[in-house]
Design a protein around this ligand. Sequence first.
Ligand code: MRU
Length: 349
Amino acid sequence: MPKATTTIAWDPDTESILFIDQTALPRRYEVVRCSSVERLAEGIRRLEIRGAPALGVAGALGVALAALTSRKPDPDRFRSDVRKAAEVLRSTRPTAVNLAWGVDRVLDRVLTAPSIEEARARAVAEAVAVADEDEAVCRTLGDYGADLIPDGATVLTHCNAGALACRAWGTALGVVRSAVAAGKEVRVIACETRPLNQGSRLTCWEMAHEGIDVTLITDSSAAYLMQTGAVDLAIVGADRITHDAVFNKIGTYMHAVCARHHAIPFYVAAPLSTFDLVHMAKDITIEERSRDELAWCGDRQLAPEGVRVLNLAFDATPLDLVTAIVTEAGVLRPPYREAFASARRGDAR
Ligand code: MRU
């Protein structure tokens, strides 16, 4: 098993995308070579690639792939081809804003290029830049966030906001990694994260391979552990941050409410590409996934045939439950409207 995790990358030799198939973990470490937008879109829908920043990189690389694989010789038809592919990618998952952000960054380079050849070159360069920046951003926000973690702390996290959810390093788990790299002793409590077990499958895999102390719990154990003093702080990632809420994996809101009740700091770690300061929480579509993800576990039936299932992928945590948001522009604290504005100007720390 590799120690370093590069979740998704561009392979210039074969002009294709390489990504770790996260549905195979923790049993198998498999790298997929992907040379079509259709295969990439399927990988995103199936959660072979998941996590907001990794989806941003996937969207960016996917548009570059569309530009390289379009066979339309006429510039207008070429642009329309790439636009269509961008739409397919954008529609695969509605809640994580990074996906649309990554798609748009590269699409803009394609649509403004003077020729097809130039569009292809610019698209690849921009997509590779999105990937490289993601890793740099995670390391920067990790270092800011490390100061929030006391030496000897036990940190609760939900879902997987680690290297696998990004290009590398991670957001919430990037903060943990940076704290450990700074010499602190940190213990992680990983919620299994129902229904898809990103916590037990991915966070535990990452932490174990990094040699970071990790304990797996059921999501419903978190409140009791907070009540009994076993958790010093909670930190999670985000799929979208609006002016009034943080969208993250379903169950995040429950942890935030419990943390507030027990006066435990509740932190969010996310790059500025996760911010959506145009919409409010009520405007955001919460992704609903298939009933089978909840009603079945492999070939084991977990719910009666025909029972109605509501399988929500995300929830919205009101910002007043969030102690601070760690970004690459610094640690943002309430009042958030001002903090978001200063992060955008670049004068937050
Ligand atoms: O459905 P997923 O696995 O894509 O959901 C991922 C999460 O909810 C993560 O916490 C979020 O994307 C932040 S990743 C740094």
